[in-house]
Design a protein around this ligand. Structure first.
Ligand SMILES: [Fe+2]
Length: 205
């Protein structure tokens, strides 16, 4: 696959953190760690590829504070560096449902960019790495891993729901089930710290 080395991925993240520091960096690290943990038990996936794709999925945040355009910013950045497969994940990670308007955020980009995205989406197939990062983007917090149902409810309580909410939830649960079938156990068995993160006492809440 056409992705950067671990060392280069680390360099990209450090540089991006300097440009736009924030909790997205730790979130990205845990998306990578979760993807790596599942890939270690998966017959077809490579754990280092999974980590790098997870770690870089939000690299578009380097462009500054924004909403869904971080997908395009990450895609353009990694394409420019020659890493087309890692660039793909920057777009696909927000689409557990393959529909432009189903994302959990606002498209702060131009009409041309939206047309490009729609066209790009219709021309690709999601592979298992795309699915892996879609799922763990939902599960990984900056503090670690969380039960997916809890995370989805937290988001719904904070931002409300729309007509895509239930189909998105179903899509996440379907991806979870598919990976559990492939690794022969619950995903939570291989995610360190998920119990503490999900059920721990939070004095700020
Ligand atoms: Fe993310």
């Amino acid at each position: 696959m056409n992705i950067p080395s671990l060392e280069l991925a680390e360099t990209f993240i450090k540089e991006a953190e300097g440009l736009n520091p924030g909790p997205w960096v730790q979130h990205s690290f845990f998306v990578g760690k979760a993807a790596e943990a599942i890939a270690e038990h998966h017959p077809k996936l490579d754990s280092q590829i999974a980590f790098i794709l997870g770690y870089l999925h939000d690299i578009g945040r380097r462009a500054g504070v924004g909403d869904m355009r971080h997908t395009l910013d990450g895609y353009y950045f990694l394409r420019q560096q020659g890493f087309d497969d890692a660039a793909k994940t920057c777009i696909t990670h927000v689409f557990p449902l393959k529909q432009i308007n189903s994302v959990a955020g606002k498209w702060d980009c131009t009409k041309q960019e939206l047309d490009f995205l729609a066209n790009y989406l219709s021309g690709i197939e999601f592979d298992e790495y795309d699915r892996l990062i879609q799922l763990f983007d939902a599960i990984a917090l900056p503090s670690g891993f969380c039960l997916v149902e809890k995370r989805l409810m937290d988001v719904a309580l904070r931002h409300g729901v729309n007509e895509f909410s239930v189909p998105r939830w179903k899509a996440f649960l379907k991806i979870q089930k598919e990976f559990e079938g492939a690794i022969g156990q619950s995903i939570y068995k291989v995610l360190n710290g998920v119990v503490e993160n999900t059920f721990g006492f939070d004095p700020c809440r």
